[in-house]
Design a protein. Sequence first.
Length: 116
Amino acid sequence: MVTYTSKVEHFQHEMVGTSQTPTMTVGVSVVPQETPVGVESWKMKQDLVVELRIEGARFIALYHEVSEYGIGETEQDALSDLLTSLADYRLSLERREATLATREKNDLSRLRELIG
């Protein structure tokens, strides 16, 4: 099991549709270099800093550089889901590499720097 570090920051409310959803920003978490990622036997090439939130009873791990996130019942589950999402996104972009728009090309470049 990988240990992640987190820092509690503040509590806020966000408007969602016509209702308010309490959202607590737990802070940031660092996924260390060499952490396994996805099913391709990839690992993190560098530390990954992500934002953590609690929405209702779920944790959400957000990586804003490529607009990906993970959701889970625990912080660990959300981080694990995020890593899987990042790997899946990279594979998807690689399959379509010849037809990618500029933003997607930038995402693929960043993901190749992060995981492999």
